[in-house]
Write a new protein. Sequence first.
Length: 332
Amino acid sequence: MGDIELSRERVEAEILDPRRGFERVRLPVEIRRDPLTGRTTRLLPPGSLPPPAPVDLAALSERSRPGCPFCPERIEEVTPRLPPELSPEGRIRCGEAVLFPNLLPYSKWSSVSVYSPRRHAIALRDLDAPALADNLLVQVAFMAAVAAHDPSSAWCSINANQAPPSGSSIFHPHLQGSANPWPTTAQRLYASVEPARYRAYLECERLGERRLGSTGTIDWIAAFAPGGQAEVIALHRPGLPLARLAETASELAEGIARVLGLYAELGFGSFNLAIYGPPPGSAELPPVIRLVARSTIGPLERSDVMWSELLHGETVVDLAPETVAELGRERF
Ligand SMILES: [Zn+2]
C-alpha cells in the first residue's frame, strides 16, 4: 500500500473547429487519479475556462450589513448559546473571535465562529494569520468541550465557506465546526487510506513540482488531482485530534493565510476550507487540511460546480497543480 502511483491518462477530442475555418483540431484532456482517495479529476488545457468573475466585496458588504446577525449590534442577542454542559458562558472567545452553535443542525454538534464581530467583510488577502489562529482556537476549544461531554461524536471537522460563490449563506466571514457520531463521505474516504500511503504520498511530493513548502511541521502541496480550483492539501501530525490542535494553531493559520494570499493573486475572492480530524481512535492517520478557491465564471456568472462535479464527483479544472505550486511557492 505504500507505493504511490501518480496516475494520469491523456485523451484527445477531435472536432472541426469553427474558430479555425472548420479545420480538424485535437483538444487534449488529462484525467488524473488522486493518490489518496482514487477520486478522478479532468484537467483541461490552460485558459479553457473563463477566468473567475471578481467578487464585488464592497457592494456585497454594503448590501448584507443591515440585519447581519454576526455584527456587533446583534451578535449577542440573535446568535444561539451553547448548553451549559458544554460552556458555562454559552459562547467561546479568543481574541476577537466568538463561537456559538449553528442555528442549522448540520451535525449533532455544529458551531459557527466569526473572526470578529466588527469584521463584516474581509478580503482574502486581508485574512491574516493571527485572526485565523484565534478563530481556529475557539473551534479547537469547542471540539475539546464536545469530546469531554459527548465522546461518541468523534468525527470532527473545521470548515469554511467564504463569500457567496463558496455557498456561504451569511456574508460575515466565519468558520464552521462539526462533531458527529458518523463521518461524512470525505471523512470516510480519508479514514480508509492506509497510514503508509499518507507517508508515501508526502514523501513522493516533498521535493516535487507540486510542493508549495513547509510551515514547520506541516507540508503544503498543490493537489495532484484537484477536487476544486487550485486545491491545496496539507497533512498534519498523525493522530492529532482537532481538540488538541491548539499546539499548532499558529502554524496552521500561517499556512492558510499564505494559500489565501495566493488565491487573491490568482483573482479569486472566495474559498472553501475543510480540516478533517483523524478518525476516532486513530493514532496513525493525520488530520487532512484542504483549501479550494471558488468563483462564478463567464458572462452568465455560472457556478464552478456543474454536472460533472455534483453528479459525477469529477472536478474539471484548467489550472494545472504544477502552475499553482510554481506561483505559490514564493509565499512559503
Ligand atoms: Zn456582519
